[in-house]
Write a protein that binds this ligand. Structure first.
Ligand code: 3SL
Length: 245
């Protein structure tokens, strides 16, 4: 279990350098919607997920593979990318479609944040959907912990900060400790203020408003569900698998 003073929160992917993560445990968060989709996909039978930083990388990884083995997944500006098999709605990730497949995943912020975290000792992908699995994993190590909010194009996203706050709140047993770093205190306070009604708060966030006309109506309520899955996506050699599976 890490000391409370070891918990840090980065509020965007521009808030850290790759080197800052060496020796630490990183949890990458993109509640709307990349981390929620990744957790759902691995929970529903995807074999593995390869997060990529851009389209070129996705093509490079896919080209030597048998086309029956992989799916190209992701979004640009909230929409499915032309020529891809799936977009970034967690509701698309159903067993019949993704069972036993490798998903090559390319999103605007979330997969870039995962790639940028690769020097950490452990890299986990977290969302409200797998909160307890993330808490258990954090508590298994004494390492410093960084909660990386993917945000939106370098800016803070309320839903990511709120999930970071929920983790800090649980790790501190609901007590605001003066040992916490400033970044963790801010997340804790945000969760205390807005954590009672996730669906309302997240539904009124900037990113939910951006997505309102683009994505299935069920996406946002689904991403607000807590502990729907006990999946723990963890990265090794650039590949995410469910290490609880
Ligand atoms: O930026 C991302 O990684 C996406 O999750 C954004 S979206 O919700 O699919 O628009």
């Amino acid at each position: 279990m890490p000391e409370l003073s070891y918990i840090d929160v980065y509020y965007s992917i521009h808030g850290f350098q790759e080197e800052d993560l060496r020796g630490k445990t990183a949890v990458v968060i993109d509640v709307l919607r990349a981390s929620s989709s990744i957790v759902t996909a691995l929970s529903r039978g995807a074999k593995r997920i390869i997060p990529v930083a851009d389209m070129e990388e996705a093509v490079k990884i896919a080209s030597p593979m048998d086309s029956r083995d992989y799916l190209l997944c992701g979004e640009k500006d909230g929409n499915k990318i032309e020529g891809y098999h799936l977009g970034n709605s967690p509701l698309e990730y159903v067993p019949d479609v993704i069972g036993n497949k490798t998903l090559i995943f390319n999103t605007t912020n979330g997969t870039k944040a995962i790639r940028k975290a690769s020097l950490a000792n452990q890299v986990y992908v977290g969302a409200f959907l797998n909160q307890q699995s993330i808490l258990n994993a954090i508590n298994e190590h004494d390492d410093e912990v960084v909660l990386i909010c993917s945000g939106w194009r370098g800016r803070l996203s309320l839903e990511d900060a709120l999930f970071a706050g929920s983790l800090v709140h649980h790790l501190s047993n609901g007590v605001m400790s003066d040992q916490l770093k400033d970044s963790a205190k801010i997340a804790f306070g945000l969760f205390e203020r807005f954590g009672q009604d996730l669906e309302k708060t997240i539904g009124e966030s900037d990113h939910a408003k951006r997505l309102a006309k683009l994505v299935p109506e069920g996406d946002i309520p689904f991403c607000c569900k807590v502990d729907e899955f006990d999946t723990l996506p963890a990265m090794k050699d650039g590949i995410l698998t469910d290490i609880n599976g």
